[in-house]
Write a protein that binds this ligand. Structure first.
Ligand SMILES: [Zn+2]
Length: 132
């Protein structure tokens, strides 16, 4: 009869028999050191990291998504999905764009000109408030 590493085998174990205890221990160690188990865990971790990186990429935080996904799996995906977006925001429509986008993909505004106007507008308002 082949011994399996399970709670049922542990419950049926005759604890007064050292050979039976040793055999179950060796079976459980062999199960834990099985390369198929480690390959499965590695692929699962890589898959979770990849999904996390994809979720993070949509928020401009792919590295945080990769780390959170690899560390916590689906919980890490949630953590990344609930984080604030790191992508630049359009001053006109307040929606997020890719990091180096020149034109807003939602409303078509030139982002650099809008950012400059916004900075100039802030400077002018600041100068007026100082009496200029
Ligand atoms: Zn826009």
């Amino acid at each position: 009869m082949a011994l399996k590493c399970s709670l049922a085998a542990l419950a049926q174990l005759d604890q007064t028999d050292p050979d039976a205890v040793q055999a179950l221990l060796q079976t459980c160690v062999a199960t834990l050191l099985d390369p198929r188990l480690w390959a499965w865990a590695l692929y699962l971790t890589l898959g979770c990291a990849l999904v996390g990186a994809l979720i993070g990429y949509a928020k401009g935080r792919w590295l945080a998504g990769l780390v959170w996904g690899a560390a916590l799996g689906p919980i890490g995906w949630l953590v990344v999905a609930l984080q604030k977006s790191n992508l630049p925001e359009c001053p006109e429509c307040s929606r997020h764009n890719l990091p180096h986008a020149k034109v807003c993909r939602h409303c078509g505004v030139n982002l650099r000109a809008a950012a400059l106007q916004s900075a100039r507008g802030q400077l002018k308002r600041h100068e007026r408030s100082r009496g200029w």
